[in-house]
Design a protein around this ligand. Structure first.
Ligand code: ADP
Ligand code: MG
Length: 252
């Protein structure tokens, strides 16, 4: 047993115990407890403003939880002694708006952090970077600048860049929401391949078809509470709460 009553699961990769987050008087996360197992793919869904992004951002300490505890593997990342930079190296994040470095080429975007943060040699970083670009279907774009790419290509670069740090957890915050419809699929395909490699993934998404097909579990957040934590088929066909039913009626 861990303190706080969270039962230890051998396969657990991320454990969240009674996570609370407030911004001033705004109580955004109201006691979230869940476990994500190694290699599991979790979809996080819920209305706008329900706290989905804040929840993800707490997992890599882009936001500091107000209370509650989070473990990644055996390390309690909410322990004040934790090295936040190390945690972030191990937890890749992909954002809605890509956040690529505009003045670096695609390959430089992918190799920058491994070289500067991890101290990997340029040759090694470039070799790995080219492999990653190949795996997201962008080998031929290595020397282009981001402004020459489509949104879908930019997002695939952002995924390759996150993977270049060899994280063992990947967080995605609405990775396809800023894309034109015809580009959504190419990004979802890359994420699907990644899921098949056994990566532990947490994905905030409005792509309900993807959530249902690819996720092992769906977390439904509403007003800062984890209202449902269920297998996708169960969530989409027989949601338990009225809040989830109402949400699904709007989005499906
Ligand atoms: P979601 O991703 O589900 O749309 P968010 O986690 O972005 O929700 O936001 C949840 C609530 O927290 C919203 O009311 C939002 O305005 C507020 N919020 C998020 N980030 C901040 C911040 N840095 N400062 C103040 N309020 C914030
Ligand atoms: Mg959000």
């Amino acid at each position: 047993m861990l303190k706080g009553g969270c039962v230890e699961v051998n396969n657990a990769h991320i454990k969240v115990d009674n996570l609370e987050k407030s911004f001033g008087n705004l109580h955004v996360l109201k006691g979230i407890t869940t476990t994500i197992n190694k290699g599991e793919v979790i979809s996080i869904v819920g209305p706008s403003g329900s706290g989905k992004s804040t929840f993800l951002r707490c997992i890599n300490l882009l936001e500091v939880p107000t209370s509650g505890r989070i473990w990644i593997g055996n390390e309690e990342i909410t322990n004040p002694a934790t090295n936040i930079m190390k945690v972030r190296q191990n937890v890749g994040m992909v954002f809605q708006h890509f956040h690529l470095f505009p003045h670096k080429t695609v390959l430089e975007n992918v190799t920058y952090a491994p070289i500067t943060v991890k101290g990997i040699s340029k040759e090694e970083a470039e070799a790995k970077g080219r492999d990653l670009l190949k795996s997201v279907g962008l080998s031929e774009k290595a020397d282009q600048y981001p402004n020459r790419l489509s949104g879908g290509q930019k997002q695939r670069v952002a995924i390759a860049r996150a993977l270049a740090m060899s994280p063992d957890v990947m967080l995605f915050d609405e990775p396809t929401s800023a894309l034109d419809p015809e580009m959504v699929k190419e990004v979802l395909e890359v994420m699907k391949s990644l899921a098949h490699t056994g990566m532990t993934m947490a994905i905030v998404t409005h792509e309900m078809g993807f959530a249902r097909e690819v996720a092992d579990r769906v977390l439904f957040l509403d007003e800062g509470s984890l209202v449902e934590d269920a297998a996708p088929d169960e969530f989409f066909t027989a949601p338990k709460s009225n809040r989830a039913k109402e949400f699904l009626e709007k989005v499906l």
